[in-house]
Ligand binder design. Structure first.
Ligand code: 13P
Length: 253
């Protein structure tokens, strides 16, 4: 049985004071609530320590938005797996569309990063998703398949139990346009099919696949009631306690 995960990717928003305040409101908002999904907050590096402090004693986990693949050394501006785990961090985003398309990270670098996240004892949330013109050209499935194959081919079946995937169609990120539950479901099914070909049917069935792209309280129930959608990677709506709590508590909405 796959667990549900609701993760908030704060991107380059919220300084350490704002982040600590939001984390504390979320902790309060979830007190005494039952049957919760796993909740993950993914702040910027400078905000991460303050958020981790606020979350101590709660069930909420933290993740980082990026990581370098070497252990230590002359890599100005970068952080290592060790630095993140020393803060109690559990997850690291790899291959987010903004890192692929704004910063220009390619498959080789993403494969190195994903390997280092696993070797560092952390769990990657590996993001895949097509651009609008790729979808319109009927290439969405082949683009996503290539993103999976190029980076996951170096991962063993055993290691896959620590890998979370996120399908984030690039045209749905920050645009207010959400993939229909049918489109998202069909791509999640395709991703499981690719996983069964790279690994095996058991791995495909056990891998957690999140959906991301304009998820909000109003569409969370529809998206997450699909059996192939195991949770959400939330951007804009994760920056406000009301909307993020509304998504976390989607079963009650
Ligand atoms: P939005 O929820 O703002 O569309 O962002 C999605 C995203 O990129 C999460 O990683």
């Amino acid at each position: 049985m796959r667990r549900k995960i609701i993760a908030g990717n704060w991107k380059m928003n919220l300084d350490h004071r704002e982040g600590a305040a939001l984390a504390s409101t979320i902790v309060d908002g979830l007190k005494d609530k039952e049957d919760l999904p796993e909740v993950v907050l993914i702040p910027s590096f400078t905000t991460l320590p303050a958020v981790a402090g606020e979350l101590e004693g709660s069930e909420i986990l933290t993740g980082a938005q990026d990581m370098w693949y070497e252990k230590a050394g002359a890599f100005t501006g970068e952080v290592s797996a060790e630095m993140l785990s020393s803060l109690g961090c559990r997850y690291v985003l790899v291959g987010h569309s903004e890192r692929r398309h704004v910063i220009g990270e390619g498959a080789g670098l993403l494969a190195d990063k994903l390997r280092a996240v696993l070797d560092g004892g952390l769990s990657p949330i590996y993001c895949v998703g097509e651009l609008l013109d790729q979808r319109e050209a009927g290439k969405a499935e082949s683009v996503v398949e290539e993103q999976l194959r190029s980076v996951l081919s170096g991962v063993s079946r055993r290691e896959m139990s620590g890998v979370v995937l996120a399908y984030e169609p690039v045209w749905a990120i920050g645009t207010g346009k959400t993939a229909t539950p049918e489109d998202a479901s069909s791509m999640h099914g395709h991703i499981r099919d690719v996983l069964s070909r790279i690994f095996d049917a058991g791995t495909a069935d056990e891998t957690i696949i999140l959906y991301g792209g304009s998820v909000k309280p109003e569409n969370a129930t529809d998206l997450m009631s699909d059996p192939d959608i195991d949770g959400a990677l939330v951007g804009g709506a994760a920056l406000k306690a009301d909307s993020f709590l509304g998504i976390i508590l989607y079963r009650a909405t």
